[in-house]
Design a protein around this ligand. Sequence first.
Ligand code: SAM
Length: 286
Amino acid sequence: MTRNRHSSAPSLGPDGFASEAKKHLGQNFLHERTIIDKIVQAVNPKPGDRLVEIGPGQGAITFPLLDRHGELTVIEFDRDLIFPLTEAARAHGTLTVIHRDVLKVDFSALAADDGHHGEASSPSGRTIRLVGNLPYNLSSPILFHALDHATAISDMTFMLQKEVVDRMASGPGNKVYGRLSVMLQAYCTVTPLFTVPPGAFRPAPKVDSAVVRLVPRAPEAIGIRDREVFARVVRDAFGQRRKTLRNALSNVCDASALEAAGVPPTARAEQIDVADFVRLANALTT
Ligand code: SAM
């Protein structure tokens, strides 16, 4: 039992963690050992890696990662979890806790600001590796936030709703292919790793989950001239996905611009691939 039980904290369980999961914070705590081991294996930390976990919760992934790697930064928004997490981490390694909304954490600054100047550095600068069983209500905003800092991130291993992972990894012609697929695949390689059943969590979510690895691509490999133009074209194209591109993108360009970019004006967004979107956005970038 932890010593520091302050009045505003909920009742604490024997391990010092609050017993009630908070739905509004997307708290589904992982307890299935085999799944935790598979996540740690998938992350496979190497000496010098700078691991950052989003939403450590009660430490299901945190402690095994600390045991394996010795050092970890975590970002947690729930203040009731901060103290027990820090206390419990003492025996496992060095834990740095950032008590903040992850959407307000500047990953680029985090990558730039540390004491590691040696083997952790990538050729293009210092980078972090993100890990997390994400709060499902925030998974898309977190993914887009990470994309904004993609050059500071060497890879991401995330647990998400399986349906979201399917969307992220799908291609043209697939009914779940959409904005998330194009945005993620433009900036990262997306590799679904394994599915996780609801029973692996407490409380159990209603849907299957899946673990996915995202590896940001080098900016020159991506070839997008203007990220905002690209984001707008993709958003508008899928905003009216049943319309032809000529109609869906009428605020952005006309049929001749589509033709000039090699994109059929009568095609729909769900029929064209990431390279088509990049070519079109670049053609519209002055
Ligand atoms: N990693 C733990 C596990 O696997 O059992 C907990 C995962 S739980 C699905 C999501 C975690 O994200 C919770 O601990 C929750 O408090 C935290 N969280 C929710 N919103 C957050 C935010 N905006 N910023 C940081 N953490 C957040």
